[in-house]
Design a protein around this ligand. Sequence first.
Ligand code: OFO
Length: 160
Amino acid sequence: MISQTLKDMLNEQLTRELTASQQYLGMAAYSGAQNLEGWQAFFERQSEEERGHALKIFHFLVEVGAPVKLSALPEVKSEYASLLEATQAALAYEQKVTREFQAMAQAALEEKDHTTYQFLQWYLEEQIEEESLFGRLVALLESGLNPFLAESLLSKGGEK
Ligand code: OFO
């Protein structure tokens, strides 16, 4: 049986995944305002992905009979100084999310809750991919490459 601590942690994470979805939508809005259609589409896909991550937690909570808490989402930014700033913010958020999943996995291990521990493994793997993706995008933009040119790389090496 899942503990109250893990139920709370998962509900908090559900909110963070939905917040991540909103944040990527804010980045899509910023990109669109800069006429960067490729970046806009990319961030919209990221936003959808994060909603999918939230739903996975939602389904898990329902399946284990834990109450689902749908908290208010914080307001997110849709304006950035540059695309580099937006991708840096995305990388920092993904790194934070990784630490949160690691803390949850640690709590599950300590409670010998192997079901929840196993459920969390998918997210830990996903976070490797997300951190690597945004790490590469930040490096690409830090190189000084024009965002319009970088756009053409999004469907090639930039995004997996
Ligand atoms: Fe939900 O994977 Fe990133 O945050």
